[in-house]
Design a protein around this ligand. Structure first.
Ligand SMILES: NC(=O)c1ccc[n+]([C@@H]2O[C@H](COP(=O)([O-])OP(=O)(O)OC[C@H]3O[C@@H](n4cnc5c(N)ncnc54)[C@H](O)[C@@H]3O)[C@@H](O)[C@H]2O)c1
Length: 418
């Protein structure tokens, strides 16, 4: 079925009424009209549909039958690729939440589906669009720190067990079993975006499940505390990605070039940027160190009113712009796959004593052919021989206390399942 393209007024539908709510809010400001939402959690779906005055669908196939140009996928983390492929095949443009794919085989199928559909696919990584990351990209492109040599991206997000349980209703909710390396795009994407590089090899390390931390033992999660991924980039630079539930909530990005360094500040206002040079080689007139709070390059007012430090505005805006121009956005399917696959391959690495693993480039069909049948996954719903565990320590069973706290928290969210 061919969809209308080229119309300025874009009709969009959103799948998932959790994270999906940030898109339902951003749609209007970016010139898109929200026409339908879809979620299998009927109670929440109907409440949201009533509030937004849009059509509601429990069934994804029926939702795809709507007169829409584009679909935003904010369904489960590990189910985006098959949903994206269905939407592309139905003639829709797709913006997909993280991760782009859950297995390498799915990644191959997704790359092929985007190419065959001719539709726009955007990977909804919002962290690159935080104000300090956009400013670092601008400075990098002007050559202000020279060539990229080493980088760091950190996404550290601890929460009390009740808060985490509230976000992961059900024993087999993805947040309860996804290995620590997988949720890596918030930390890898900013470095890729600023420096325009991609990881080619990864070494994965995990900080194991901590049996002396009540934030973990009172939660139903059966994977590890956090992960470090060392990426070798395609220009031979090295980057370190750190993400997970360690103490010390924050997002930090640091770029070492061969002429200078830049990073967002780690104390005070963390939106500020710090740029510094060695005194013996700095340009005349440049201070050794500059700390300032940048503006967004465009739409500063609108962006500062949306979530994730403006990131949520820019993903939706770039998606709408790409559709209107008939292009693929910067965060296209290949970059989305690069950063998602880094987390899968890092888990393979962590389970092999951190040996280096390739991050295959799915721009190349001859590479894709080698991985098209790769369905390696720790998903409990895909159980089969040779399945990897969720934790480096093997199979962890949640404590009795965690189970009874979970029951209470899940009931308070209206969830009655196991
Ligand atoms: N970029 C960010 O800053 C950010 C922040 C939070 C979440 N996320 C991503 O957004 C996605 C959703 O996360 P979340 O926090 O909303 O939690 P979640 O994964 O629990 O929510 C997913 C929603 O999709 C619905 N759903 C699941 N299967 C469905 C199906 N077959 N058809 C229709 N609806 C279905 C669920 O009922 C639920 O309401 C994840 O991929 C997550 O990684 C991104």
């Amino acid at each position: 079925m061919a969809r209308k393209t080229g119309r300025q007024h874009l009709r969009v539908g959103v799948v998932g009424v959790g994270r999906g709510r940030s898109f339902t809010r951003a749609a209007g400001v970016t010139g898109m009209e929200l026409v339908a939402i879809c979620d299998t959690w009927e109670e929440r779906l109907l409440a949201e549909g009533e509030a937004l005055k849009v059509q509601t669908f429990v069934d994804y196939d029926e939702f795809l039958g709507c007169d829409m140009d584009a679909v935003v996928l904010a369904n489960y983390f590990h189910e985006h690729a098959p949903f994206a492929i269905k939407a592309l095949n139905a003639g829709m443009h797709v913006m997909s939440e993280t991760a782009a794919c859950h297995t390498l085989g799915e990644g191959v199928a997704l790359a092929r589906a985007v190419e065959n559909s001719g539709r726009t696919y955007m990977f909804a990584e919002n962290y690159p669009y935080m104000v300090f990351n956009q400013e670092m990209k601008r400075l990098y492109q002007k050559g202000r720190v020279g060539e990229f040599r080493y980088g760091e991206g950190e996404y550290v997000h601890p929460d009390p067990p009740e808060v985490k349980l509230g976000r992961s209703c059900g024993r087999d909710h993805w947040r309860n079993w996804i290995p620590a390396t997988y949720y890596c795009t918030h930390s890898i994407a900013p470095v890729m975006y600023i420096t325009d590089t991609r990881p080619t090899r990864v070494n994965g390390f995990v900080i194991p499940f901590d049996f002396s931390d009540p934030a973990q033992t009172l939660h139903m999660r059966r994977s590890d505390t956090a992960a470090v991924i060392i990426c070798r980039m395609d220009n031979n630079a090295v980057m370190k990605s750190l993400h997970g539930g360690l103490r010390g909530h924050g997002n930090y990005v640091r770029i070492h070039g061969n002429k200078g360094v830049m990073e967002n500040c780690r104390h005070g206002d963390k939106q500020r940027l710090r740029v510094w040079y060695e005194p013996w080689e700095k340009r005349e007139g440049d201070p050794v160190e500059t700390v300032y709070k940048p503006d967004f390059p465009v739409h500063h007012d609108r962006a500062t009113r949306t979530g994730h430090g403006g990131g949520d505005y820019f993903t939706t805006w770039h998606f709408a712009e790409a559709i209107r121009k008939g292009e693929q956005p910067y965060l296209d399917v290949y970059r989305g796959l690069d950063m998602s696959i880094a987390g899968i391959q890092a888990w393979r690495s962590a389970l092999s004593d951190s040996a280096a693993m390739e991050v295959p480039d799915f721009r190349d069909e001859s590479v894709r052919r080698r991985y098209e049948d790769d369905d390696w996954s720790p998903d409990p719903a895909r159980k089969k021989e040779g399945q990897p565990p969720s934790s480096i320590l093997g199979n962890i069973e949640p404590s009795h206390e965690a189970k009874s706290l979970a029951k209470k928290v899940w009931a308070s969210k209206g969830y009655t399942g196991e």
